[in-house]
Write a protein that binds this ligand. Structure first.
Ligand code: NAP
Length: 341
């Protein structure tokens, strides 16, 4: 069994990790941490976990994790960079759901996260865990930086097209929407029901933190830089990411681009290309690790790529487990839901 712990298990992504890992046939959950709920069973925090065999919550500082095989960090940014290096030195393999190790450039990290990076030496060693594109690196990876939810959606939509030169790499417009759980389980005014319900707003217009992440890894993984106009929106749904991506096609037609995406992702267990007469919806991916992709030709040589995923699963905990599976030699789909609710 793989001795596994979750730091920050009382949050939304921590819950999803506990939910899915409690069914994982090779995982023994040895520690889950929370300061708020220390000493209590996870089902007191999440009644859905009633009846599951899980360890009681420990305060973050009390958990002894050096003997774990794997530790997931489901913590706010700025946490894992302090705690992960000591675990890594002990040979523990770390999967960080936060942004701490996603940007290889510490100056860029400081610019967007407002603090000095505390584990610069590990930035270059972290594997950026967009699973479909880094499978060969995962079996040896000691530290995986799990991608953000928007970057997962946008990169899965754009990477094959940029790599093949099927679309222009300038003026790509990403109009993206997120459910409220994207902001975590902490109290925030914009997450209150009366603020979010029956409303919608753009945010992050002065520079969203996921923007440099997308630009960095699109360039790294496609081999060419691109210009991306990214406007995220908060919409009144519990969960889900929906990205509407407008691209100028280099020469092909929308149907050819869709066929190309179909061929690229044919063998992927978690990526589905919708047919021309089908739309892409969050409803169909909710609760699963699936990404639904659509491509439709528009006038003037433009096309629109639609991408839907569940921010808490493929956008966070599900992709983290997908990476974990490949790190530990399990089948990639083990423990992961493949059908939306
Ligand atoms: N929500 C999403 O859709 C999503 C998607 C992709 C990535 N992520 C990233 O995943 C991480 C977790 O997100 P989330 O939405 O699950 O957040 P969340 O619901 O706010 O939960 C945060 C968790 O971190 C713990 N925590 C807070 N401060 C801590 C500290 N100093 N040391 C250790 N643990 C601490 C909290 O535990 P206690 O307060 O109980 O101690 C709680 O369990 C974030 O970095 C987020 O950016 C989130």
């Amino acid at each position: 069994m793989i001795r596994t712990a979750i730091i920050g298990a009382s949050g939304y992504t921590g819950f999803e990790l506990m939910r899915m890992l409690s069914y994982h046939p090779r995982v023994e959950l040895v520690a889950v941490t929370s300061d708020q709920f220390a000493g209590r069973h996870p089902s007191e925090c999440f009644p859905a976990l009633k009846g599951r065999t899980l360890p009681f919550f420990q305060a973050h500082a009390d958990a002894r994790l050096e003997n774990c095989d794997a530790v997931f960090f489901a913590t706010p940014h700025g946490t894992a960079m302090h705690l992960a290096p000591d675990l890594l030195k002990c040979g523990v393999r770390v999967i960080d759901l936060s942004a701490d190790f996603r940007l290889p450039d510490p100056d860029l990290w400081k610019e967007y996260y407002g603090q000095e990076h505390q584990a610069k030496a590990w930035l270059k060693n972290a594997v950026y865990g967009l699973t479909e594109y880094v499978r060969e690196s995962l079996p040896q990876a000691q530290l995986v930086a799990n991608p953000g939810c928007y970057p997962t959606a946008v990169q899965i939509g754009l990477l094959p097209l940029l790599r093949e030169g099927l679309i222009e790499n300038q003026h790509i417009i990403v109009d993206a929407k997120s459910g409220i759980s994207g902001a975590g389980r902490v109290l925030r005014q914009q997450s209150l029901f009366c603020e979010a319900n029956e409303s919608m707003n753009a945010y992050g217009l002065s520079g969203h933190r996921h923007h440099p992440e997308m630009l960095t890894h699109l360039k790294r993984l496609s081999g060419s830089s691109c210009q991306l106009h990214f406007v995220p929106h908060l919409v009144p749904m519990n969960r889900g990411i929906y990205a509407t991506i407008y691209v100028q096609m280099a020469s092909s037609e929308g149907a050819i681009v869709r066929e190309f995406l179909q061929a690229q992702y044919e063998d992927e267990p978690f990526v589905v290309i919708m047919a021309q007469d089908q739309t892409v919806s969050i409803q169909s991916v909710r609760g699963s690790n699936m990404v639904h992709l659509g491509c439709y030709g528009l006038a003037g040589g433009m096309a629109v790529i639609l991408v839907a995923l569940d921010n808490l699963i493929k956008g966070a905990a599900g992709q983290a487990i997908q990476n974990f599976n490949l790190m530990f030699g399990c089948d990639e789909t083990t423990g992961l839901p493949m059908i939306g609710l």
